[in-house]
Design a protein around this ligand. Structure first.
Ligand SMILES: Cc1ncc(COP(=O)(O)O)c(C=O)c1O
Length: 365
């Protein structure tokens, strides 16, 4: 049993009251907390006064929770290309900006890997396009210069439930907007309550996951997850983070978690660097999992799972839009089909990573 922990989370990481990390992280910036990212986006749509005549540029390889609020509000989405490292294709973006004059550009820091090419920022600024950074996988991650991920955008958002064992919680940072009058956060309603209870149940039942959102589930867990997503998607407004998550978030030892994840990333990278999605990895990234590419994904996945190693892949609740052209988006489509993430959270020790790597070597032989 390599990764079978019965505990909710390692006690070491919950010893002290560490709320200061989140306070320091936010600093003096405008911000709001809410239940989920998809709900928070409705407030952003209102804040930016987006209407059906506005265009949002976003990558083709995209989670439902990001795409859906814009679709529900009938805001037009145009998708841009990324390269084989999931970095935005500047040439494609320049052409799309000329043709569609978008109001908003969304950048996803996939897996928590930083993307910080200044030429993209210059183009967006020059064309007065609002930059929204999706840092859902990268709370606590940094750019190469040490600044926290999300400090370049006009708006950035983070999801706690994707990176910590809490059932809900998202944070929106508004670098260039005032939050006081425009964000309307209501109390949790019936649908949130059910989503909250289901996710909590899932977290309690699950042994250990790599980012607390593992998708290798038994039938019972699958059912929980199915209904969780049904209820999570129901609201078309922003509701508050639960008291439970708010309290738990105050107790994590973020510095320790961060350091453990950075060390684990380095450990993997020294051995598996060549199969990593992006070779130019910033070694201080705090990732949700160690993403690698293999055309043999299904078999490796099964093999690792048989040996009690849980892997994660972003394609279950991620999709390509209906009008997606396979030829145009072939790099992302390849990653969509062939990536998976190895566990690297703070519960995993170097000797366990060694065992995982040994398993991969055994598989290849
Ligand atoms: C990169 C990314 N952005 C946004 C979302 C939506 O977040 P939430 O589930 O909190 O609505 C997700 C969820 O899968 C995601 O992975």
């Amino acid at each position: 049993m390599i990764l079978t922990y019965k505990r909710f989370i390692n006690k070491d990481f919950q010893q002290e009251y560490k709320n200061n990390f989140i306070k320091d992280f936010i600093g003096t910036r405008n911000h709001f907390f809410c239940f989920s990212v998809r709900e928070g986006i409705y407030s952003i749509i209102t804040l930016l006064k987006l209407t059906g005549s506005d265009i949002v540029l976003m990558p083709a390889f995209c989670p439902q929770g990001l795409n859906m609020p814009f679709k529900n509000k009938r805001i037009k989405i145009i998708t841009y290309k990324c390269n084989q490292f999931l970095e935005p294709d500047i040439k494609d973006i320049t052409t799309l900006i000329k043709e569609f004059k978008p109001k908003v550009f969304i950048l996803i820091h996939y897996f928590g890997v930083d993307y910080a090419d200044d030429s993209l920022l210059k183009i967006l600024r020059h064309n007065k396009i609002i930059l929204i950074e999706d840092c859902v996988h990268g709370f606590m991650s940094t750019y190469e210069n040490g600044e926290y991920l999300g400090s370049k955008g006009d708006i950035s958002f983070y999801s706690f439930s994707k990176v910590l064992p809490v059932p809900d919680g998202a944070l929106f940072i508004l670098n260039n907007y005032d939050v006081s009058s425009n964000i309307n956060i209501s109390k949790k309603n019936f649908y949130n309550q059910i989503a909250f209870v289901l996710h909590l149940l899932y977290l309690k039942l699950k042994r250990v996951t790599i980012n607390y959102n593992s998708q290798y589930l038994n039938i019972f867990e699958k059912l929980i997850y199915f209904f969780y997503y049904k209820f999570l998607c129901y609201n078309k407004s922003t509701t508050s983070i639960s008291k439970y998550s708010n309290e738990r978030l105050a107790f994590f030892n973020y510095q320790k978690i961060r350091n453990a994840r950075i060390d684990n990333l380095k450990f993997y990278h020294n051995i598996l660097g060549s199969s990593f999605i992006n070779h130019k990895i910033n070694k201080n990234s705090v990732l949700t999992g160690y993403p690698i590419i293999s055309t043999n994904k299904k078999k490796i996945w099964g093999f690792l799972n048989k040996n009690n190693v849980e892997v994660l892949s972003y394609n279950k609740y991620w999709f390509f839009p209906e009008y997606f052209e396979k030829e145009k988006f072939k790099e992302e489509y390849f990653i969509y089909n062939n990536h998976f993430c190895l566990p690297l959270n703070e519960n995993i020790k170097p000797d366990q990573i060694n065992k995982i790597i040994d398993l991969l070597i055994k598989f290849n032989n």
